[in-house]
Design a protein around this ligand. Structure first.
Ligand code: FE2
Length: 270
């Protein structure tokens, strides 16, 4: 297993730790996700995403997902079975599902959170990302702190490859050092809608993007202000990944963040 080079992380805004998660844990997460999908009421879930809906049910479904386990479909999905049509499951798997809870709170992740400077780490959000063969959508350039904002900014992403991720199937891309720039946007709750607001129109830094290719079991650590993206998956191979985002409980958590959990207090590591 590769160890964290903290100086390189602070310079680049990301770190790639190969062989971090045991393959047995990768198996367990993929098997559990498959069980959750098999138990899904597909018709009810798909109805929320049907074009006939005016977006209200979809917004509500999304806004409530911070304290739930919800299923989101790919835009390009047509008649595929759900296991090949889902974009992601989110956003409280780490608290509501025992398998995701156990693996998200491995002591090695707790140790890393501490090394990365989180004094009171809280697990805020989790996502099972499918990046399906052929239809897995692009994720545009963004900073995770736009979606998971604290003052000061403390969010850190732990992204774990559950399949080999490379340029062909839409691995992560990053702008090295870009975490030293400003926060550009915030994704806010505005009544019962979610809106993306621009804070700073500064362009992304003019540096060559790097592909963060990751074999199965690799952990990619992403600084919350690091601009990153991923290309669509046009290959025949899946690119499953599991992402957990942490914040420091000492920071202020704004009441207008989209993700609110009034009835499900955030938890850290055991
Ligand atoms: Fe992200």
């Amino acid at each position: 297993m590769s160890l964290l080079d903290l100086a390189a992380y602070q310079r680049d805004g990301f770190a790639v730790l190969e062989g971090f998660l045991p393959l047995s844990d990768c198996d367990a997460l993929q098997e559990r996700a498959a069980e959750l999908v098999a138990a899904l009421d597909v018709d009810a879930a798909r109805r929320i995403f049907s074009p006939r809906d005016q977006g209200h049910a979809r917004d509500r479904y999304f806004l409530e997902s911070g304290a739930a386990v919800r299923f989101f479909f790919e835009e390009e999905a047509t008649d595929q079975p759900a296991r090949l049509a889902l974009n992601k499951i989110g956003h409280a798997l780490h608290d509501l599902d025992p398998v995701f809870d156990r693996i998200s709170r491995r002591s090695r992740l707790a140790d890393l959170a501490h090394v990365l400077g989180l004094v009171r780490p809280l697990l805020l959000q989790s996502m099972y990302l499918f990046k399906q063969p052929w239809i897995g959508a692009e994720v545009g350039w963004h900073q995770d702190a736009a979606y998971l904002h604290t003052r000061p900014s403390t969010v850190i992403g732990f992204w774990i490859a559950l399949d080999d991720a490379d340029r062909d199937n839409g691995c992560l891309m990053a702008l090295p050092g870009g975490h030293r720039g400003p926060l550009r946007q915030r994704f806010l709750r505005d009544g019962d809608r979610a809106v993306l607001r621009t804070l700073d129109a500064a362009p992304w830094p003019n540096v060559e993007p790097v592909a963060l290719e990751a074999r199965r079991g690799t952990l990619v650590i992403l600084h919350g202000l690091l601009p990153h993206a991923s290309a669509p998956n046009r290959s025949s191979r899946p690119r499953h990944a599991y992402a957990v985002h942490l914040i420091d409980g000492r920071a202020d958590y704004p009441a207008d963040n989209w993700l609110q959990r009034p009835d499900l207090p955030l938890r850290g590591f055991p």
